[in-house]
Design a protein around this ligand. Structure first.
Ligand code: PAF
Length: 282
């Protein structure tokens, strides 16, 4: 595996594979877990060259968020990517990605779909995500890019970005990888204490209850959401939102919604947990 830090070196390395090589990109912020590795496995299966990126993108963290304490485990990440036979690891420094600083940055913004759910409670977060992903798309020029369904909103936003800006890239969503008790894997799970970790799968369980209720014909989404928020509070979470939404637009469900999903976000201690699952009946 070739480790590259500069855009120039990245371009030169990619050239060696020739113009017809199918390039897969797996963007990450490192601290790799099985969820990330599943993206890499899919990319390895589909493509000739896999570029995994590790970059803790300051632009997508709010002022009171965990940029400074975000877990960084470069050596372990490097080793596991080598085991999976990834061809290129691109790990630029912040100064390389934002040579003129973060404030002078041209941004790509996906309005509407980026302002709801997590976008409401994390203003500017998705602008940071779409801006760095746009830059990575331009640098790597992949044929396919892989994103986890745990961050469904991020995936939906990137699909819109790709469509609106005509990136010739196939955006592949990969199902959420869960622990034995169904907690969605996330780097932020390590912020949980032992007691919080035992409680954490309740977020998924509560989303399952909403799904079951909607599947049996309940269309009073708002009451169901409020009830679930109250249950999460009683259990010890600080819920941010529980929402039944159109899976593609993230709008409130309407006659045109083909597929619904239920989304949830809640704090447990200092960890902000998110999850979402499909609803089968729409
Ligand atoms: O999902 C993530 O890890 C990040 O948001 C991403 C896509 C790597 C952009 O920084």
């Amino acid at each position: 595996m070739k480790v590259v830090e500069s855009p120039h070196e990245l371009r030169e390395t990619l050239k060696r594979y020739g113009p017809n090589a199918k390039i897969g990109m797996v963007p990450t912020m490192g601290n790799l877990h099985q969820g990330h590795l599943e993206l890499v496995r899919r990319a390895k299966n589909d493509c000739d060259v896999v570029v995994t990126t590790i970059f803790v993108n300051p632009l997508q963290f709010g002022t009171n968020e965990d940029l400074d304490s975000y877990p960084q485990t470069f050596d372990a990440d490097h080793n596991v990517l080598e085991t999976l036979e990834v061809e290129i690891l691109f790990c630029p420094a912040a100064e390389t990605m934002y040579p003129q600083g973060q404030n002078l940055q041209t941004k790509t913004i996906v309005p509407d779909i980026g302002n709801t759910l997590c976008g409401e409670s994390r203003p500017g977060h998705f602008d940071g995500v779409t801006t760095v992903v746009t830059k990575l798309f331009n640098l790597v020029q992949p044929d396919k890019a892989y994103f986890g369904e745990k961050d469904w909103q991020q995936l939906a936003i990137i699909r819109k970005l790709v469509l609106d800006l005509n990136f010739p890239i196939d955006t592949v969503g990969v199902p959420t990888v869960r622990a034995h008790d169904n907690l969605a894997l996330s780097s932020r799970n390590q912020y949980l204490s032992e007691t919080e970790r035992r409680l954490a799968p309740q977020l998924y369980q509560q989303l399952c209850s909403v799904r079951d209720s909607v599947q049996t014909g309940n269309t009073d989404y708002s009451s169901e959401e409020t009830k679930t928020m109250n249950t999460l509070s009683t259990l010890g979470f600080r819920p941010d939102y529980v929402a039944v939404r159109d899976a593609d637009t993230l709008n409130h469900p309407n006659d045109k919604s083909n597929t619904l999903r239920v989304f949830g976000a809640a704090y447990l201690g200092r960890a902000r947990l998110i999850d979402n699952i499909p609803i089968g009946c729409a």
